[in-house]
Design a binder for this molecule. Sequence first.
Ligand code: ATP
Ligand code: MG
Length: 457
Amino acid sequence: MNAGPAEAAIRAAVPDDVQRLIEALRDGGHAAYVVGGSLRDVLLGRIPADWDLTTDARPERILELVPDAVYENRFGTVAVRRGPEAHDVHEITTFRSDHEYADFRRPHRVEFGDAIEVDLVRRDFTVNAIAWGGRPGEPLALVDPHAGREDVARRILRAVGDPATRFNEDALRMIRAVRLAATLEFTIEPTTLAAIRDGAGLVRHLSGERIAAELEKLLAASRPSVGLRLLESTGLLRGISPDLADQRGIAQAKIPGDDLWDHTCRTVDAAPADRPVIRLAALLHDIGKPATAADGHFHGHEAVGARLTEELLHRLRVPRATTERVVHLIRNHMFTYESTWGDAAIRRFIAKVLPPAIDELFALREADNLGSGVTLDANELTELRRRVAGQLRAKVALDRSGLAVDGRDLIDELGLEPGPALGAILDRLTEEVIADPVLNDRPTLLLLAQATLTEGD
Ligand code: ATP
Ligand code: MG
């Protein structure tokens, strides 16, 4: 690749407001560049997720020169918001070098620098260590001391400097390599890959949030299995989830030659890329199988899997609401259906799973079916979906809130006291109404409640 066309492509791709930021900093007497993943994406012809800038201006000075900039973190990163979306935030960091990585995580001290080269050398991969910009008064140009453009062209991830040293400084870089390989469809250069195999054990020092952020991006790839298989084959997976790593080698009678880990990878690929919860549930749906493999039937693996998922997602600091959705899916993912089911059974299924999880559970089952080598709608899934939709359309009562009476009515009409006994009666009425929606009117339910009371005498 020669410099001319690449520079023209960059100039055309960098949005005007980003170019204005560069010029504002340069007009203030500072060097300023677009840098990192955004530039890599431009060279690949992809739309960058966000724009990162770097400058020799110190954080306070950036705030002076860019009126709507605000501090983003204690390392002096400054953010400029240009619109409501996540990608409307541009980050500006001062050139820096990192020092004293004592714990395989983060630098203990960052030192601001005056040259772009100092900043590029601390970056993880050559393709992420390219800059475009310049010092004040100079023409804008590419700065590529690590031949990142060649690696972009050959679609290779190569550590900047000695890979083992760089992974010892920050073990997250190994997971980033795998994540970037999957999302960008790159290969990992052999010495970099060998250093990941050697250093894989270091990931246990990483914080859960940092791992989760990379895992989330990996799962959004069009084929996450490429990255998942790399996590497994390099040994990184064991440091993230030993239970998932244990899936390798466990026989799975679904697709000849596949083991349980192969099935997991296929299921994740088959889940919709734009539904992160389904992708995560697909990854974890059989996490309980290795622990329950002894009897050859994985008996109770969905309950064990729900518990292991809860523990893992807690460790990864995944938000509570997401964790609950995923755990619920895993606990319920073994549902069965037969055409002989009556409508009451359909309603009990809905009441157990609860909308909106039902649609998610079906999406997970479709992926699981495809991951098992059968068709998307195997086991009459389409018919179950249709019947569930029919019941939901009929707006039948599925829980206490749908009953034609409430606790207050039972207290007023039947002289009951608030308490667990009252709750038990409401649950009983709910069951009756799910079995037969015709019963759901006030006089009938009061009579039924009364009958329940005399039963108890
Ligand atoms: P994405 O397209 O997903 O945003 P990215 O490469 O831009 O990928 P970011 O997390 O946004 O990833 O990081 C921005 C840049 O910061 C990277 O391109 C790289 O230059 C640098 N970087 C990020 N994390 C590290 C790290 N752990 N070690 C060294 N450099 C890093
Ligand atoms: Mg980025």
